[in-house]
Design a protein around this ligand. Structure first.
Ligand code: O2Y
Ligand code: MN
Length: 583
């Protein structure tokens, strides 16, 4: 059977269950996108934005109860609970299908089913993979057009690779009681119902490119990670590529698009990706990364000409905004955009904005924009071979304890550092904000299998990579006793990346500490920036008591994995505690 027929067979099966009135196969063409936009403008799904200042841009307001990923309704449906591990919600495939097929039954009656064949990764790359999403949401189709490569490219890749990940999506009735995001990694299948928002509904992103792909990567000897990819260009013109894992809404897009404050010295950033990296080992034993996505689905609040001028230039045309506020002259507006809320502002719910009210834009409001519009997109962002990775960076929001930057002693120590990473929670998922939880490698919500096995996979990959990237931890978010950020962040983060680059080259001064190699204040290039020497000292200081408490938390977190946690990580844990106790 041809691959097209296999896809058709699965689409027929899905249609028998959901009973759409019509089935439409997406081609991915510009005309198709324009016609979908036209339909959504007509039925009110989209509002056109100011054609002069935001050409080709639209606003969508999601259902007010459907504004973020819902981790509590997200399940990994492996045959055994142990294979999903203690950090995932689990349902058996049988129970999941019985329960949720009832919700899919007739869910597309009166609606059109859109079939979206899409490619994750550059055209022609041996590392790219095909997904087919069927959905009854045109908003999802339009976003998939921006975030992936839809149509022909996917079908051609499919004929060569004979493998696709099917994803069945329906808005259902949008009720959280009947909302489920289900992953069946063993059969590489996704079912999502009851949400039309972001990570729950654009199945190529978190569902495929992370949860299903991490499972495939474990089986096949590669890695699917929640990482941005950037190139750091130095004065000679040489570019060094780094991949950095940060939890949701912790500034990955800002870092990936940073305007360096050392540009006058010749240090600048080139963007490869802002959220997901697929990493393979090449023939020479180097780790290479591709960005599986074709667009950015970034958090709007906090994005401004000051914090991310490149994003502002990326998203002022051909962009879909979701849940931002609307000015009277139809421009998008959000908190942290750098201007006061204008008179006559309409909030994300479509109500007149009152200053006394909560936020005008939802804290998890988003923009969806094509990556090719990014003014500093790397010329290699679609290189089929990927880009060679020299440094892996783990970062998270920590207002205390964790220094600005430090380096792991070895790959194994770096895996321990990533596996034990603590992070303050953000608005990207429903639940409390600002609470420290362990978020290993920033993959807690995205790992499609037992994280104990995931850590083992990291260790094994390290054994196979001949030219190992060096591993670092960063924290831009440390605060002083008055609650003020100690580090200015944004474009100044280039100074940290410059130190990382020096360390990659075998240079850069650093002291051995219980937690890793920490730069001395003098070894960071702070020339021309205003930072008090005491602030710099505090940023690089080791809070022994805080770290000891941290090792207790890590012990508890590691304990949940039982004998699936690699012994090497317990060894690193013991060594760190001993080093701390000795100081
Ligand atoms: O709220 C959502 O559904 C979006 S989540 C998201 C979107 C883009 C990049 N990262 C994330 C995330 O939660 O990590
Ligand atoms: Mn993310």
């Amino acid at each position: 059977m041809s691959m097209k027929s296999e896809v058709e067979q699965w689409v027929d099966e899905s249609a028998r269950l959901t009973k759409p009135d019509r089935i439409y196969w997406c081609t991915g063409s510009a005309e198709e996108y324009a016609s979908f936009i036209g339909s959504m403008l007509k039925d009110g799904t989209l509002i056109a934005l100011n054609e002069k200042t935001y050409p080709g841009c639209y606003l969508h307001r999601s259902h007010p109860n459907d504004v973020a990923r819902t981790e509590n309704l997200t399940f990994i449906c492996t045959k055994t609970k142990d294979d999903a591990g203690p950090t995932n919600n689990w349902m058996s495939p049988k129970e999941a299908k019985e329960k949720v097929s009832k919700l899919f039954n007739d869910s597309m009656k009166g609606r059109t089913m859109y079939v979206i064949p899409y490619l994750m990764g550059p055209v022609g790359s041996p590392f790219s993979k095909v997904g087919v999403e069927v959905t009854d949401s045109l908003y999802v189709v339009a976003n998939m057009h921006l975030m992936t490569r839809v149509g022909e490219a996917a079908m051609e890749h499919l004929e060569k690779t004979h493998e696709f990940v099917p994803g069945l999506h329906s808005l259902g009735d949008l009720s959280p009681e009947r909302r489920f995001i289900l992953h069946f990694p063993e059969e590489k299948l996704i079912w999502s119902i009851g949400s039309g928002y972001g990570g729950n509904a654009l199945l190529g992103k978190k569902c495929f490119a992370l949860r299903i792909a991490s499972f495939m990567a474990h089986q096949q000897g590669w890695m699917a990670e929640h990482m941005l990819i950037l190139g750091l260009q130095e004065p000679t013109g040489h570019v060094t590529y780094m991949a950095a894992a940060f939890p949701s809404a912790s500034g990955k897009t800002n870092l990936a698009m940073m305007v360096s404050t050392l540009e006058h010295e010749g240090y600048k950033i080139l963007t490869v990706g802002d959220d997901i990296a697929w990493l393979h080992i090449d023939e020479e034993g180097r780790l290479r990364a591709i960005n599986p996505e074709a667009g950015f689905f970034g958090v709007a609040p906090g994005t401004s000409v000051k914090t991310n001028p490149i994003a502002m230039r990326t998203i002022n045309h051909n962009t879909i905004f979701t849940n931002v506020a609307l000015t009277p002259d139809h421009q998008p507006w959000w908190e942290g955009m750098g201007s006061f809320p204008p008179q006559g502002l309409t909030d994300w719910l479509g109500r007149p904005y009152a200053e006394s009210a909560e936020k005008a834009a939802h804290p998890n409001s988003r923009f969806t924009a094509p990556a090719k519009q990014c003014p500093i997109i790397s010329p290699h962002w679609e290189d089929p071979k990927g880009v060679p990775i020299s440094a892996i960076i783990f970062g998270s929001r920590r207002s205390a304890v964790v220094p600005l930057v430090f380096q792991a002693y070895s790959w194994q120590h770096g895996v321990f550092m990533g596996a034990g990473m603590g992070a303050e929670t953000t608005a990207a998922a429903t639940g409390a904000v600002g609470v420290v939880r362990r978020d290993p490698m920033a993959m807690l919500p995205f790992c499609g299998y037992n994280m104990g096995d995931y850590f083992r996979h990291w260790l094994e990959m390290g054994g196979r990579i001949r030219k190992q990237p060096k591993i670092f931890r960063v924290n831009w978010f440390r605060k002083d006793k008055d609650g003020k950020f100690l580090w200015p962040g944004y474009g100044e983060n280039i100074r940290v990346l410059k130190w990382i680059l020096e360390r990659v080259r075998g240079g850069g001064e650093a002291g051995e500490t219980p937690i890793g190699f920490v730069p001395s204040p003098a070894s960071l290039d702070t020339g021309g920036m205003s930072i008090a020497p005491e602030a710099l000292k505090e940023l690089l200081s080791i809070d022994k008591e805080g770290w000891l408490k941290g090792t207790d938390n890590i012990e508890e977190a590691f304990g949940q994995f039982g004998d699936r946690l690699p012994g090497e990580l317990w060894e690193e844990h013991k060594n760190m505690r001993q080093r701390l106790e000795k100081t």
